[in-house]
Design a binder for this molecule. Structure first.
Ligand SMILES: CCCCC/C=C\C/C=C\CCC/C=C/C(=O)SCCNC(=O)CCNC(=O)[C@H](O)C(C)(C)COP(=O)(O)OP(=O)(O)OC[C@H]1O[C@@H](n2cnc3c(N)ncnc32)[C@H](O)[C@@H]1OP(=O)(O)O
Length: 302
């Protein structure tokens, strides 16, 4: 039954090609024997996968220090790990969290979008699209345990999950802040936000590039729970148990029904979306904005 409802994104070639091309360099994740309850774990360089509760849940820990920026290599590694979990019938749910202190993910890696050539921008954007499609259409129950700052692409990742738990900390801000960088969230980022918090709240959040602190994120519906920092993972596992009480086939069909139209909008125009990104990001004015933003990040330290 699970096979019958498994959603397929018609773009597996990218992941496979990416895996083949990059696998050796990245240290391909390998399954290894785990706990006696049939749970398994595997390790890759920057995505730690550990068994969670009852061996049916995996915990994916993002470990790309210092801030889990989504570089091309990191994205590829994440996608390989996710594919393994999707294909392993032992797992029904995944908690996604961060192994970097105070940061869930700093979003897309600005160094992949600044000072590179059009071919690189196209390759990078394809991987970003793939990440979104894979997560958004995942058959697994996905719970984001957001234990730190979660801007832009980090927020997009969290938004693809079925449930979001945010740590109650001043550092844990979340939102699509692209306009603050002088760039624009693409339509599928926007659609994902609208599907979560509604049109008017999204319009305001996107135009102002709002990064919501925990109480406001909860109020607007961007996250489902705010808990003390040390309870984020336990809360995620407890919420997961609730979702796993629902028969997979019914939940998966319902998820597909809710999300397919949004995903199809991108699937139908992936190539045009890539060209749009390449021409936008290559503009001198946009490159200048990114340069200024990167300098500000550096100055903040000094
Ligand atoms: C109608 C027309 C439509 C056209 C649309 C078409 C196409 C769309 C075009 C573009 C869409 C792009 C979408 C982009 C999405 C993104 O995700 S952009 C990234 C946004 N991210 C951020 O704004 C976060 C920036 N980072 C921070 O705010 C902080 O780093 C922090 C996450 C709060 C953590 O703070 P802290 O712990 O203090 O760490 P530092 O700031 O000191 O940072 C440590 C080092 O990490 C570097 N860094 C930080 N973020 C990034 C990043 N996103 N990418 C790469 N590098 C990053 C930072 O510079 C430090 O580096 P050094 O140690 O100084 O070398």
């Amino acid at each position: 039954m699970a096979l019958a409802v498994r959603m397929r994104v018609p773009c597996r070639a990218l992941l496979c090609a990416g895996a083949q091309l990059r696998g050796a360099a990245l240290g391909r994740p390998e399954w290894a024997a785990g706990g006696g309850d049939g749970a398994r774990r595997f390790a890759s360089l920057r995505v730690l996968v550990e068994p969670g509760a009852e061996g049916r849940v995996a915990v994916m820990k993002l470990k790309n220090p210092p801030v889990n920026s989504l570089s091309l290599d990191f994205l590829t590694e994440f996608l390989i790990s996710l594919e393994k979990l999707e294909n392993d019938k032992a797992f029904r749910g995944v908690v996604i969290t961060s192994d970097c202190p105070n940061v869930f993910s700093a979003g897309l890696d600005l160094r992949e979008m600044y000072g590179r050539n059009p071919g690189h921008y196209a390759e990078y954007w394809k991987a970003v699209q793939e990440l979104w499609l894979r997560l958004y259409l995942s058959n697994l129950v996905l719970v984001a345990a957001i234990n730190g700052s979660c801007p832009a692409g980090g927020c997009l990742m969290a938004l693809t999950s079925d449930v979001r738990i945010l740590s109650d900390s001043p550092k844990s801000v979340i939102g699509l802040n692209e306009t603050l960088l002088g760039i624009v969230a693409p339509f599928w980022f926007k659609d994902t936000l609208v599907n979560t918090i509604g049109h008017r709240a999204s319009e305001r959040a996107l135009q102002l590039g709002l990064l919501f602190p925990p109480a406001e994120a909860l109020q607007v519906g961007l996250v489902d729970h705010v808990v003390p920092e040390d309870q984020v993972q336990s809360m995620a596992l407890s919420v997961m148990a609730h979702w796993l009480a629902i028969p997979d086939h019914a939940r998966q069909l319902t998820k597909a029904m809710m999300r397919k139209a949004t995903a199809d909008r991108l699937i139908k125009q992936r190539e045009a979306d890539i060209q749009n990104f390449v021409s936008f990001i290559s503009r001198d004015s946009i490159q200048k904005s990114l340069q200024i933003y990167l300098e500000k990040l550096k100055q903040k330290k000094g």
